[in-house]
Design a protein around this ligand. Sequence first.
Ligand SMILES: C[S@@+](CC[C@H](N)C(=O)[O-])C[C@H]1O[C@@H](n2cnc3c(N)ncnc32)[C@H](O)[C@@H]1O
Length: 254
Amino acid sequence: MNSASPSGPTTDWIRVIEEGGGFPRVDLDTFRRLIEKTQNYRFFQVLRKHVKLDDAVLEAGCGWAVSSFALAREGIHVVALDISDKLIQDLQNIQNQWGEDANNSLELLVGDLFKLDELGRQFDCIFSDGTYQHFLRPEERKEILENLHRRLRHKGKLIVAVQNMKNPFFKIVVGSKMPPMQTFGLKSLRQELERGRFEVIEDGCAFVNAGFEQWLKARWLAWPVNAVNQIFERLPRLAQSLFAAHIYCVARKR
Ligand SMILES: C[S@@+](CC[C@H](N)C(=O)[O-])C[C@H]1O[C@@H](n2cnc3c(N)ncnc32)[C@H](O)[C@@H]1O
């Protein structure tokens, strides 16, 4: 797929990644640890619950693609797509060193959310974790949703997580290299997906994903964040929704 895109958020991301400000190259052992950590991430657990072994899955705007690697390791066929050539090349290097059969299940592609039709195939499930909210203009998000809708099979599932900018600690903890984000609550995320001809069948909140530490303002902040991560699942529902790092919706194509 062609990697040229006129969109501002996309250009910001390419710059951040190429300057080494996000998704730096990691070694195989570090990557294996990220994949083990992702098993405890609620969004991944929700994804795992909804994806069947014979599903064709697309991760749209994959970043480090940790969830995609974790699904592929189980033999689930996943296409992980990102706009950054550099990132996809780094991930292909990791994949080449992987040396397990599950490797055959993962396709890493350079591609653009605005040109998804170029993929020319359809999926049973599309997921996206922390990408959708970077598109600040409603017409861009509408276009992305239309593209995802067309790439899904009949009754296919779209599983989307966005950062919870309503968390009072978010801006204190996350550094400025992360490009700007639209603020969503569960209600506004649901409404936007419903307007895009999806039926929301589940929603909820999650704490941090496996690769969160790279986005912190200071390294020491990893300690309190990891401490909350340990107890997050035991917090009352109200506290979870307040302190969530991500909110998510599972939706079915109408
Ligand atoms: C916050 S990251 C995703 C995080 C990832 N899920 C993770 O946990 O590592 C957003 C990603 O969207 C990608 N992206 C931005 N614009 C895009 C576009 N137009 N098409 C495809 N990917 C895009 C960026 O390159 C970046 O890797």
